[in-house]
Design a protein around this ligand. Structure first.
Ligand SMILES: Nc1ncnc2c1ncn2[C@@H]1O[C@H](COP(=O)(O)OP(=O)(O)OP(=O)(O)O)[C@@H](O)[C@H]1O
Ligand SMILES: [Mg+2]
Length: 350
C-alpha cells in the first residue's frame, strides 16, 4: 500500500513539455483518475510513477520515499499499458501467471491467484487461447488480469478498457472498482472518457497540456468547476456556454430570461448544464422563443438541441416529452444552477 506524490515535477521531450511543474498527492488506497484529452500528459505521468521515464525537475515520492533514483523493478508498481503488450507466443493463462512465475512463487499459490483473478474478470473460459485468438476486449481483460495477479503497492492503468464495447466497458469498470476496493491498493487510472472517470474515481485530476486544471471528487468537479475548460470536460452533453452582454445572453435575444439569476460582476459567460436548461411550451405572449433543431429520445432522457442564430444549445429532459423539431419553445434555468466564468475562463463566484 502506498501514497504517491509529485513535487514540482517537469518532464520534457525536446521542446515538448509533457508534464509541467506538477504537484499533487494520491492517498493510499485511493482510486485516482487522470482525465484529459489526447497528448495532455496522462501516459507520461504513469511512466514517471513506474520509473520508465525520469523527471527533468522535481521529486516523485512513493509512500513518502523519494524514488527518482529507484529502478522500476524496485518500485513494485504494476502497470497495464495503453497498447497492451501481451506476450504473443504465450497463452492467456501463461501471460497472466507470468509475473508470479518470474518471481518463482509456489505453484499452488500461482494457480489459485490466477483462478481468482480470472474469475473476477470473467476470462476463465479463454485462458487456453493465444493472444492472436482473442478479441481486443478479451486481450484488454487479460492484460488487466496480468497486473492484478501481482501484489504491488499500486496499480497504474492506462485507459485499460477503451477497446471494450459499451456494455462490457460498464461491467468491467464496476469490477475494477470492486477489485480495487477489495484489494485496498492505490490505483492511478487514465481515461479519456468522462463518464468512466466520474463513475470509478474517488478523485479526478483534469489535465490540459501537462498541467492539472482541477483535482477533486467527481461531484465536486461537476458541481463546482473552477474554469470553463473543466466545466466542458465533464458531463455529456457538455455544459452550454453562452456569452453575456450586460447580464443578458445576447445570442439568444432575450429568449433565455436571466432576470431571476444573480449574475456576478465580471461574468463574461454563463454555463448551464443540459439537465438545468428547462424547456417549456411557447405560452406567454411576448416571451422570447427558441427553435428546436433536433430531438433525440434516449429512453430515460431526451436530448433536445436548440438553435438560435449561430448558437446551439442542448437541453436534457426527463422521459420522452412530446417536442417536435422546428417547433418553438421557451427556456429557463433551474434555480441556482448556473455557473459564471470571466473572460479568461476562470469561474466567477456570486
Ligand atoms: N517518448 C516520447 N518522445 C517524444 N515526445 C513524447 C514522448 N512521450 C510523450 N511525448 C509527448 O508528450 C506529450 C504528452 O504525451 P502523453 O503520451 O503523456 O499524452 P497522453 O495524455 O497519454 O495522450 P493519449 O491520450 O493520446 O494517450 C505529447 O505531446 C507527446 O507527443
Ligand atoms: Mg497516453
Amino acid at each position: 500500500m502506498a501514497s504517491i506524490a509529485f513535487n514540482n515535477v517537469t518532464k520534457r521531450f525536446g521542446d515538448t513539455i509533457a508534464v509541467n511543474n506538477l504537484s499533487f498527492e494520491i492517498a493510499d488506497s485511493e482510486f485516482f483518475c487522470l482525465f484529459g484529452p489526447p497528448l495532455s500528459g496522462k501516459t507520461t505521468i504513469l511512466k514517471l510513477i513506474l520509473g520508465l521515464e525520469k523527471p527533468d525537475d522535481g521529486e516523485i515520492l512513493i509512500d513518502g520515499r523519494p524514488v527518482n533514483h529507484v529502478s522500476p523493478a524496485r518500485r513494485n508498481v504494476a502497470m497495464v499499458f495503453q497498447n497492451l503488450a501481451l506476450f504473443p507466443h504465450m497463452s492467456a493463462e501463461q501471460n497472466v501467471r507470468f509475473p508470479l512465475a518470474e518471481r518463482r512463487m509456489d505453484e499452488s499459490h500461482i494457480a489459485s491467484r490466477v483462478a481468482d483473478v480470472a474469475a473476477k474478470l470473467h476470462i476463465g473460459h479463454i485462458l487456453h487461447k493465444s493472444p492472436a485468438q482473442l478479441s481486443g476486449g478479451e486481450r484488454q481483460r487479460v492484460a488487466i488480469a496480468r497486473a492484478l495477479v501481482r501484489d504491488p503497492v499500486a496499480y497504474l492503468m492506462d485507459d485499460p478498457i477503451s477497446a471494450l464495447d459499451a456494455r462490457l466497458r460498464e461491467e468491467t469498470r464496476v469490477e475494477l472498482k470492486r477489485i480495487q476496493n477489495e484489494l485496498g491498493r492505490t490505483m492511478v487510472y487514465v481515461t479519456h472518457d468522462q463518464e468512466e472517470a466520474m463513475s470509478v474515481a474517488d478523485r479526478i485530476a483534469v489535465l490540459e497540456a501537462g498541467s492539472i486544471r482541477q483535482i477533486g471528487a467527481p461531484s465536486e468537479i461537476y458541481d463546482n468547476p473552477h474554469s470553463s475548460y473543466v466545466a466542458r470536460m465533464l458531463g455529456a452533453p457538455a455544459m452550454n456556454l453562452l456569452e453575456l452582454d450586460k447580464g443578458r445572453a445576447s445570442a439568444l435575444e432575450g429568449a433565455l430570461p436571466l432576470s431571476g439569476l444573480a449574475v456576478p460582476d465580471g461574468a463574461a459567460q454563463i454555463g448551464i448544464r443540459p439537465e438545468d436548461l428547462l424547456v417549456g411550451p411557447a405560452l406567454a405572449a411576448g416571451q422570447g422563443l427558441v427553435r428546436v433543431y433536433e430531438v433525440e429520445p434516449l429512453g430515460g432522457v431526451t436530448v433536445v438541441t436548440l438553435q438560435a442564430g449561430e448558437t446551439s444549445l442542448r437541453a436534457m429532459v426527463r422521459g420522452q416529452p412530446k417536442i417536435d423539431p422546428d417547433s418553438q419553445v421557451s427556456l429557463s434555468v433551474a434555480a441556482g444552477q448556473a455557473c459564471f466564468f470571466a473572460g479568461d475562463g476562470q469561474a466567477v463566484r456570486i
